[in-house]
Design a protein around this ligand. Structure first.
Ligand SMILES: [Mn+2]
Length: 337
């Protein structure tokens, strides 16, 4: 078990010194970005700070939709760079915050993040790629400030932790610190049962139908080591972003016998598609995503491609050739084609 690096003193000092906090998370926010923002915002409010929570949205994931009301999509015009600190959470590159990147140009900026790949930015950084989630780091910040999380803050922090670890399924041996952190949060009032219900409970049946469609069209490459599926524009329009259950899709595909990596491409941006990459043991998908201007973690990464879906799909499949043992076999949903 390794200790997390200490929270930089200059970050703690900035939290004490600045009057106003602009807390910003990434586009297409998830439970880690929003949970970190809300929990840190709550702590800083308790310290007497004026807090603005900012998100470029869109709030499309099923489990976070209800949080939208608490976030602004523009910086309040009266925010003064002389007394305000911009705090960017869960972003390895500044373009992840969309138009806020320009808007905070004149503001001192702190960054708290846990991504392996990216282009570091900001005046004060607390970046730890070993951290399971940014909420994991926010708990360190809270303790370093000499405070304890409230029940609500603990719930938000646990929500980020279970989001980014697939409810602890991605945790490997000798990383016991995650359970110490989880225990602290549960003892502070967070409920894993409620967090599970929030993440996976009460999804519309259409999300299961979309999942079935994506599973049934899956292509097998390199003897089943690479599994590839996609969502067309018309399917995306038919089902909508809300019906997407990527977590279940990746879970089903990665648990297929012989599977090492998964590619899931969605025609969900105006002039192109979003590419999601996952791997089990060997392939560092963050390196692949980074070579296309994206980012992420070794086992989970992605990028946006401006261009044709079928073209990038072919290119990516070819890129996996040296990473997975070559085989000419190709099958659809388990059948040879
Ligand atoms: Mn995260």
């Amino acid at each position: 078990m390794l200790a997390t690096p200490p929270v930089p003193d200059e970050l703690l000092q900035a939290f004490r010194d600045y009057e106003t906090m602009l807390i910003i998370g990434h586009k297409n926010p998830d439970g880690d970005a929003l949970g970190s923002q809300l929990a840190l915002g709550s702590v800083l409010s308790r310290m007497g700070k004026r807090v603005h929570l900012l998100s470029p949205g869109p709030f499309e994931r099923h489990e976070i939709k209800h949080l939208q009301d608490q976030f602004l999509d523009i910086i309040p015009p009266d925010a003064d760079p002389a007394v305000s600190l911009a705090v960017v959470l869960d972003c390895s590159t500044i373009d992840r915050i969309g138009s806020f990147a320009d808007a905070i140009r004149d503001f001192p900026t702190a960054v708290i993040d846990h991504h392996a790949a990216g282009e570091p930015f900001g005046d004060i950084t607390y970046i730890c790629s070993r951290a399971f989630s940014v909420t994991f780091l926010i708990l360190e910040v809270i303790k370093a400030l000499g405070m304890e999380p409230t029940k609500q803050e603990a719930e938000l922090l646990l929500f980020g932790l279970v989001t980014d670890t697939g409810f602890f399924r991605h945790v490997i041996a000798r990383r016991g610190e995650i359970f110490q952190t989880a225990a602290e949060l549960v003892d502070a009032g967070a409920s894993p049962k409620d967090a599970y219900e929030q993440m996976y409970g009460s999804r519309p049946f259409a999300s299961k139908q979309l999942l079935g469609l994506l599973l049934s069209r899956t292509e097998f490459h390199y003897g089943g080591r690479l599994l590839v599926t996609w969502e067309t524009r018309s399917e995306h329009e038919q089902y909508g972003e809300q019906m997407r259950d990527s977590e279940s899709l990746y879970g089903q595909l990665l648990s297929t016998e012989g599977c090492e990596a998964v590619l899931y491409i969605r025609e969900d941006v105006e002039d192109g598609c979003t590419v999601g990459l996952r791997s089990r043991h060997v392939v560092d998908v963050s390196a692949i995503a980074a070579s296309f201007g994206g980012g992420g973690h070794r086992r989970a990464a992605g990028f946006v491609h401006h261009g044709d879906r079928e073209e990038i799909q072919r290119e990516l499949i070819t890129l996996f050739a040296p990473l997975l043992q070559e085989s000419s076999q190709k099958t659809v949903a388990g059948k040879q084609v």
